[in-house]
Design a protein around this ligand. Structure first.
Ligand code: DQA
Length: 150
C-alpha cells in the first residue's frame, strides 16, 4: 500500500486529447497521459486515481468524495476553470491541497482564459508545458507531501 493517494481530475473535452486542436494540445491521448502518470506514480511509490468528466456536477461530486481518500489533487478543469464557482467551492470545501494544470499557455490565448476560479486556492499552477505538465505536477505533489509530513 502506498502512503499517499493522489487524484487526477480532467474536465470537459480532455477526453478528446489527441484529436482536439492538436496544434494547441498536442498529439498525445488521455490514455497516453494516464499510462505515463501511472508509470511515474509507481516509480514514486504513490497511488493514483484518474477521473475525467464533461459534467460540472460530476466533477463536484468527485471532489467531495475525495475527502479522507486522497491527499492531493491534480486538476485540469478545462473550460470550467474560467466559469465554475461550484468547482472552486467544492475544492475549498474538502480542503485538499491541489495543483491546477493547463496543457496550453492560457495567458497567451483569448482574454477569457486568463482568469481562473481556482488559481488563488491552488498550491501551484502549471501552465503551458503540454502533457508533460501533469508529470511535473505529479512529481511536485510527491515532494510536497513528503515535506508536509516530515
Ligand atoms: C485547458 C485550457 C482551457 O482554457 C480550455 O478550455 C481547456 C484546456 C488547457 O489544458 O490548456 O479545455 O485547460
Amino acid at each position: 500500500m502506498s502512503k499517499y493517494s493522489i487524484l487526477v481530475i480532467n474536465g470537459p473535452n480532455l477526453n478528446l486529447l489527441g484529436t482536439r486542436e492538436p496544434g494547441i494540445y498536442g498529439a498525445g491521448t488521455l490514455q497516453d497521459l494516464t499510462a505515463n502518470l501511472d508509470k511515474v506514480a509507481a516509480e514514486c511509490g504513490v497511488s493514483l486515481e484518474h477521473f475525467q468528466s464533461n459534467h460540472e456536477g460530476q466533477i463536484v461530486d468527485k471532489i467531495q468524495s475525495a475527502l479522507h481518500r486522497h491527499d492531493f489533487l491534480l486538476i485540469n478543469a478545462g473550460a470550467y476553470t474560467h466559469t465554475s464557482v461550484a468547482i472552486r467551492d467544492a475544492i475549498s470545501g474538502v480542503s485538499i491541497p491541489f495543483y491546477e494544470i493547463h496543457i496550453s499557455n492560457v495567458h497567451s490565448r483569448e482574454p477569457f482564459r486568463h482568469h481562473s476560479y481556482l488559481s488563488d486556492k491552488a498550491v501551484g499552477v502549471i501552465v503551458g508545458f503540454g502533457l508533460k505538465g501533469y508529470e511535473y505536477a505529479l512529481r511536485a505533489a510527491v515532494d510536497y507531501l513528503h515535506k508536509q509530513n516530515h
